[in-house]
Ligand binder design. Structure first.
Ligand code: SF4
Length: 300
């Protein structure tokens, strides 16, 4: 939801900023607070895998996973799925996530370096801006998957599951608003500038009809490092404050322009059927069970 905590304080996170590449989409998802009901399994699978990895790192850190930890992680995956309603036909079942977790532990069981933090939520003042005579305070919030120290270097690490791993996917993280923002926050929090962001890709592919394929169904390609200069991190803050000013102007005026191409590399925007309706009919469709309340927050 558009997190105006009071009349003058806006809390913003990486997912919201990515949606704001189309201000209309930000309006529907955050201001109106409506998100599509489909895609539940993908979300549940993502949270279940993160919860299991959290147990692995909290318990065994950078050592090989113990059997008791593995069992606890598997039970957590089941519990996370029980919190929601998975799509019945989806391939991202609890069993598939348990298998992925086991394969991850086999691949990344032992690591060199120090684990500094794991699954760390935060909410931190980003700055104040003036929008049409009104002063707003902006809070930057999120959840860092893992902070890793290698020698004197600090890395802000993130697990990313994907069904496609190509040049475009890897390039997407170069200027990722979430990862840059996590580096900014870590520097405020600890006084130490991270060297950059480290993405751990976890490729999971749906099963094939024949059960055979030339590609494995789960793969762990090399981790992808992105180095961030101080200038780039500082520029991120200015960019986000500028974008917040635009969002708040839209909020004040009640007009949220459609700015984006509606078909992206992952297919059509989930709101295309809404935006192509006459204005007077859009809220009716958003109120149906094709959409649900957006109560997601990175702090939970
Ligand atoms: S369908 Fe197009 S205009 Fe509508 S929210 Fe999506 S990207 Fe924006």
């Amino acid at each position: 939801m558009l997190s105006l905590l009071d009349k003058n304080t806006l809390a913003i996170d990486g997912s919201g900023l990515k949606l704001a590449t189309c201000l209309r989409r930000y309006q529907i998802a955050y201001n109106d607070g409506r998100i599509p009901t489909g895609g539940r399994s993908a979300l549940l699978a993502g949270s279940a895998l993160h919860a299991a990895l959290r147990i692995k790192y909290e318990t065994d850190a950078y050592q090989q996973v113990k059997e008791a930890t593995r069992k606890a992680a598997h039970a957590t995956i089941q519990k996370e799925f029980a919190k929601g309603t998975p799509d019945p036909e989806d391939w991202r079942t609890p069993q598939r996530i348990q298998e992925t977790f086991d394969l991850y532990c086999k691949h990344y069981g032992r690591r060199v370096g120090n684990l500094i933090a794991i699954e760390m939520p935060f909410c931190h003042p980003l700055g104040s801006i003036l929008v049409d005579g009104t002063k707003y305070h902006i809070l930057w919030q999120g959840r860092i998957d893992r902070v890793h120290q290698q020698g004197s270097q600090i890395w802000i690490c993130d697990w990313k599951t994907t069904t496609r791993f190509d040049y475009a996917w890897q390039s997407d993280w170069e200027l990722d608003v979430g990862q840059l923002g996590y580096c900014w926050y870590w520097q405020q929090h600890s006084g130490q500038k991270p060297v950059g962001s480290m993405i751990t890709p976890i490729i999971w592919r749906p099963p094939t009809a024949s059960g055979k394929s030339k590609f494995p169904r789960t793969e762990f390609p090399n981790e992808c490092p992105y180095l961030y200069t101080q200038e780039r991190i500082d520029e991120w803050r200015q960019n986000v404050l500028g974008l917040c000013a635009i969002i708040l102007q839209c909020h004040q005026s009640g007009h949220w322009p459609a700015l984006s191409s509606c078909i992206g590399r992952y297919g059509r925007c989930a709101y295309l059927d809404v935006c192509t309706l006459p204005q007077a009919e859009r809220q009716k469709l958003l109120a149906t069970n094709q959409f649900q309340k957006n109560d997601w927050t990175p702090l939970q």
